[in-house]
Design a protein around this ligand. Structure first.
Ligand code: NAP
Length: 286
């Protein structure tokens, strides 16, 4: 048998977390407000607790994954002493919410970790999946094995509870922008009478270029060195200023704020630098 674990919250994500831990032969106790959602997990070998407090009492490490912090605070309100327990909060929230829950857990003598899951439920349990966690180093030492069963690439980023949510936003942003760009691209193709299916087939070819570009731009920012560029910020700005593709479609100018940022960067004298130099405009306005 592996660890004595509890999973509180069996929605889409919580169910995937619990299933991955049951599959890996841990002793898993589950609790969910709507009891019926525990059925498949109990059939797979999990135990069902009568209350969140009972689930935590039966475990060494308790993983919480519900809709928001308010829900989790309400859910945990009956818990007593947490000596010897590690609470791992994987619900999405703010750094202030994480700090407040950490204070509550520490007050009850427990250890606390707060994490962001950078995956869909189908990614849970895979080697390449990343959970970013912060909080007590002792809690990480105790629960690293369990967390790495949920995502093999998971990392502990230290005590600063702002880390996971900031990293989650920083990781989601590029995906969201790419998906939005694809939607606009598909619309432009439809308007031009072209087949979006062949676009879907071609898109994966752009992924290696995008990956390399993201790494290159992030390193330029980390090194604060924007001198070496293959396509200057000015070239990108000109493309946005002069292309119909990046104009207004359906009454919405999807890249308007990006155009504004790049134009401001050109006006500030960064036109010959790497596109990542646009961060200097953001820094100026901070
Ligand atoms: P979900 O499917 O909507 O499940 C929400 C869960 O929260 C359910 O178990 C629900 O219980 C429970 N809940 C809500 N209010 C509650 C309350 N007052 N007391 C007790 N339990 C309560 O959401 P999800 O997709 O699993 O997401 C859960 C967390 O994971 C969120 O913070 C989300 O941001 C994060 N996350 C999700 C994904 C994803 O792809 N789904 C990816 C990364 C992170 P009932 O079953 O009784 O309603």
């Amino acid at each position: 048998m592996g660890e004595k674990l509890a999973v509180l919250g069996l929605g889409r994500m919580g169910s995937a977390l619990a299933a991955a831990l049951v599959e890996r032969d841990n002793e898993v106790t589950v609790w969910n407000r709507t009891e019926s959602k525990a059925g498949a997990l109990v059939a797979a070998g999990a135990s069902r607790a009568r209350s969140p407090a009972n689930a935590i009492a039966d475990s060494e490490i308790a993983i919480v994954c519900v809709g928001n912090y308010e829900d989790s605070t309400q859910m945990l309100s009956d818990c007593g002493d947490l000596s010897g327990k590690t609470l791992v909060q994987l619900t999405t929230g703010t750094a202030a919410e994480a700090e407040s829950l950490q204070a509550w857990v520490v007050d009850k003598q427990g250890l606390y970790l707060d994490g962001a899951i950078l995956a869909y439920p189908s990614g849970i349990g895979r080697e390449e999946t990343l959970l970013v966690v912060a909080g007590s180093e002792k809690a990480w030492d105790r629960s690293a094995r369990t967390i790495k069963q949920l995502g093999g690439a998971s990392v502990f980023v230290g005590e600063n509870l702002a880390g996971p949510i900031a990293l989650e936003s920083a990781m989601i942003g590029p995906s969201l922008m790419a998906i939005m760009g694809m939607i606009q691209g598909a619309y432009v193709l439809e308007q031009a009478g072209l087949d979006v299916r062949s676009y879907a087939e071609m898109l994966p070819a752009s992924v290696p270029v995008l990956t390399e570009s993201l790494r290159r731009q992030a390193n330029a920012i980390a090194n604060n060195n924007f001198a070496d560029t293959e396509a200057s910020l000015g070239t990108w700005a000109a493309a946005l200023n002069h292309s119909d593709v990046f104009g207004e479609h359906g009454g919405i100018d999807l890249v308007g704020p990006i155009r504004q940022l790049l134009n401001r960067a050109v006006d500030s004298g960064y036109g010959d630098e790497e596109i990542a130099a646009a961060i200097k405009v953001l820094r100026q306005s901070a």
